[in-house]
Design a protein around this ligand. Sequence first.
Ligand SMILES: Nc1ncnc2c1ncn2[C@@H]1O[C@H](COP(=O)(O)OP(=O)(O)OP(=O)(O)O)[C@@H](O)[C@H]1O
Ligand SMILES: [Mg+2]
Length: 353
Amino acid sequence: MIKLDNIDVIFNDNHNQTLHAVNEVSLSVNKGEIFGIVGYSGAGKSTLVRVINLLQKPNFGNVMVDGQNLLNLSPSQLRQARKKIGMIFQHFNLMNSRTVYGNVLYPLRDSSLSSHEKAQKIAQLLELVGLADKRDFYPAQLSGGQKQRVAIARALANDPHVLLCDEATSALDPKTTQSILKLLKELNQRLNLTIVLITHEMQVVKEICHRVAVMEHGKVVEQNDIVSIFSHPAQRLTQDFIRTASNIEQAYDAIFNHPQLAAQLKHQNLFELRFAGNNHFQPFISQLYAKYHVETTILYSHLEIIQHQPVGHLIVILHGSDPAMVDAESFLNQHNIAVSRLNALQNDNYYSI
Ligand SMILES: Nc1ncnc2c1ncn2[C@@H]1O[C@H](COP(=O)(O)OP(=O)(O)OP(=O)(O)O)[C@@H](O)[C@H]1O
Ligand SMILES: [Mg+2]
């Protein structure tokens, strides 16, 4: 549905310095998929997503959407192609002087529909986003969540195949965020709408995305399906993001901020274990002992369901002879359990891979 090939976006600042905002990024998004892009501020997420509708022209690379290379289109063809790519933003970008109806009507201004058909279309859209009763309200009379619903209705006015969401829930409270994410999920399923969703919150990704790309300094450093990302993150940055979206962050704080516990753990072999799928409910901890005489002490364990799959997380102390420990690690790896050794307390940093 969307295929970005080797995209570069380079900005020149006032001092004639160049900034590689997007650096050799390639990714593809399948039809009907919800694809997340996460990264810290300045990573290049917004710039990359603006490339998808050519609001930002890349310095290099190809942009395919719906089978068309957007860079080869004439201005009028590009206008048509853009109608099939809706976009919503963190601050909604509604026109304050127009009612809800007027805002949703705006993208239909040069459509071939009759006034009656437009009115019908808008009524359907407002029904779809749950705002049928707010038709004649002005944006100032709406809550943040309601404003985002108007923005979604407006973005869907021309029946797009793709919806780009740039931090669409970042200005909303957690409950409203949930309701907007639920709406996006419904739209994805009911309309087979392909969604690209930028966020800096892994929690949002966990709720609705099928796949995710992690960006840093203009590059995609990792991309994978959501269960693999949460169970087997390859990059340190991805691990950091995941920790913010799970209780494991609090578990670490509780363990390592406790003076006695932290002191006791100083000379222990601490590990974080992660796994996904249903085939892990075998007693691998007792097997570590039976096979290698490696003893396991569980400091923390957590299981959650992501995209209908169990994803488990443990913080453990493993105790055994050096060769046994090597065998134990490879046993866990063979069983698709990701093992991260934690260098706790040596440099006050327990975030190691
Ligand atoms: N029009 C521009 N001119 C010059 N530099 C720009 C321009 N737009 C973005 N940048 C720079 O490009 C880099 C990437 O910006 P971008 O807005 O894509 O990041 P982001 O990941 O969306 O960040 P945030 O999470 O804060 O929205 C930043 O360093 C930014 O300052
Ligand atoms: Mg941004």
